[in-house]
Ligand binder design. Sequence first.
Ligand SMILES: Nc1ncnc2c1ncn2[C@@H]1O[C@H](COP(=O)(O)OP(=O)(O)O)[C@@H](O)[C@H]1O
Ligand SMILES: [Mg+2]
Length: 239
Amino acid sequence: MAEGNLKQRVEVIGNDEIARLCMAFNEMNEKITTIDSERRQFVADASHELKSPLASINVLVESLISSELSNKDMAMEFLQDIHSEISRLSNIVNNLLELTKLEGSFGVKVEKFDLNDVCLQVVKRVGYIAKTKNVEIFYDGQSVEIEANRDNIFRALYNVVENAVKYSYEYGRVDFWVEKDSRGAIIHIKDHGVGIPEEDIPKIFERFYRVDKTRDRKTGGSGLGLSIVNEIIKNIMVI
Ligand SMILES: Nc1ncnc2c1ncn2[C@@H]1O[C@H](COP(=O)(O)OP(=O)(O)O)[C@@H](O)[C@H]1O
Ligand SMILES: [Mg+2]
């Protein structure tokens, strides 16, 4: 196994300590095999996601080169499309880097702060996007002191509230409230938008997972937001 042959299994004979050790060894082997295939899948998915904006940029640049650039407006339009594809690419790369950083971050810096302040900051920041869709965010908060990494909590809440707005219908409302709990706080974020089909719910934390691929291509989501949220919340649970 150490040499990379993960197909090895040890034979379990009897029911003594050695047999149980063999079973534990096989179980560990199975976990490693799963992690290995998830890693391969991830590399395949990431390459695929990066490939499509690159292909668009390629086509756009080729047409710019071959056209005589007599029509300045058209050239401008192409450049704008290239610009938005590049933004998309850098968005994916930034999110991937963030995920990698979170994964290896045991013992992130924690501090005591008021969750209410962070929530208000989130409402303000997502508010700009909400306004363009006439979605209203109703926040009902209270002071709760928690101990965590403040930037990560902001990022996690931002991603979920942003989703709530992004997947709301025009003139929709998002409710966001905080409940005190013996172990800290329970945060509720509720929207009345398109919703998530029951069968997709277990998959939404997977990297690059989007319920509706076509719709999300237009809104520019990479399907990494909730993976980042998941990673952040997992880290908190460790503390
Ligand atoms: N509030 C929501 N309402 C409906 N669908 C949602 C909501 N939040 C997340 N989703 C679904 O889960 C997918 C993954 O979310 P996320 O990881 O944040 O990626 P994205 O970059 O597409 O927002 C989204 O593409 C969307 O299909
Ligand atoms: Mg999102």
